[in-house]
Design a protein. Structure first.
Length: 309
């Protein structure tokens, strides 16, 4: 386990070789011992003639790479760099791809791809569990308070305890069809869609943005906006959901006092990789209302890029 107070320098000393990283990945992938992906047999031979070890099943002869079937599959980047990225993304503040590229010594494109593959694992973790028990749901906005065209409507949902404190959090972008584009507000059936997909639908209460009885929700809404702006200088609509799931992933682990690095490594070990083409494909996003473009569109365009770059 990696303690919360472990420094980056200490982490790098602990995982300074491919072998140390491969051993940790092995235990994260097979916590109960090796199991052949084909026949589930536990007997194997280790082949160490390549950069990364192969595990040959003693029963069926299938050879399995340590990174096959993981978020790292197909990558030529060293495991030591992958582990450094894992550590930095598991920290409370996260890290931008530009800063990550400089710290671990890779190109910006490689750092961006690694970051989003790790976020894909976080999204798998988020999708594995719905909000249960007493659930509160509230719409809010990310973006400018003054310019409607740069505001992104979002939905915050949380399971809460008897003190109205969150125990499990989700933050989602509604589908563009579930939003009033002129007002940039979530429609009622958008909240219903969130409830259907992300909750157990047992005890769900919807709140309006004007509700003053949820101070914890207000803090979470402020924190996620501040984090997106301070760490990334704003995030556009296309990739925003991945960053929201990253934020919720760390919040949920903190609420449960689970070490973030160990949890993220476990999900990376069990999440199949996602390719660049899939990460960059078009996604439905809100159009900019035509009435927003006028004599001041050039000035507004500069403001909009802060939030959509």
């Amino acid at each position: 386990m990696i303690s919360e107070d472990c420094s980056f320098a200490d982490f790098c000393r602990r995982f300074d070789t491919e072998q140390a990283c491969a051993d940790a990945l092995f235990h994260a992938r097979w916590p109960d011992g090796f199991r052949c992906p084909s026949c589930a047999d536990s007997r194997y031979y280790r082949i160490s003639t390549r950069r990364l070890p192969l595990y040959e099943c003693a029963h069926c002869g299938l050879q399995t790479s340590i990174i096959a079937g993981t978020a790292m599959e197909g990558s030529s980047t060293s495991l030591t760099r992958w582990f450094q990225a894992l550590f930095l993304l598991s920290q409370p503040s996260g890290i931008s791809s530009l800063r990550l590229s400089k710290i671990i010594g890779v190109t910006y494109k490689t750092a961006w791809l690694i970051s989003h593959k790790l976020r894909h694992a976080m999204q798998r973790a988020d999708a594995s569990e719905t909000l249960a028990g007493t659930v509160r749901v509230q719409p809010f906005h990310y973006g400018s308070l003054f310019f409607l065209d740069s505001r992104q409507p979002l939905i915050l949902g949380a399971s809460v305890n008897e003190q109205n404190e969150p125990t499990h959090v989700k933050i989602k972008q509604p589908h563009p069809n579930h939003v009033d584009n002129e007002q940039r507000s979530v429609l009622r059936f958008g909240l219903d869609a969130f409830e259907k997909v992300h909750t157990d639908r047992q005890q769900v209460t919807h709140h309006t943005r004007a509700d003053k009885s949820l101070p914890v929700f207000k803090r979470l809404q402020w924190f996620v906006g501040a984090w997106l702006n301070d760490t990334f200088n704003g995030i556009g609509a296309k990739h925003l959901q991945a960053y929201l799931d990253e934020f919720a992933f760390r919040v949920n682990l903190k609420l449960r006092s689970v070490p973030a690095f160990d949890a993220l490594l476990g999900w990376c070990a069990s999440t199949p990789t996602i390719i660049y083409k899939e990460l960059t494909k078009d996604r439905p996003v809100l159009p900019v209302p035509w009435r927003m473009w006028g004599s001041r569109s050039k000035w507004r365009g500069r403001h909009l890029r802060l939030w959509t770059a």
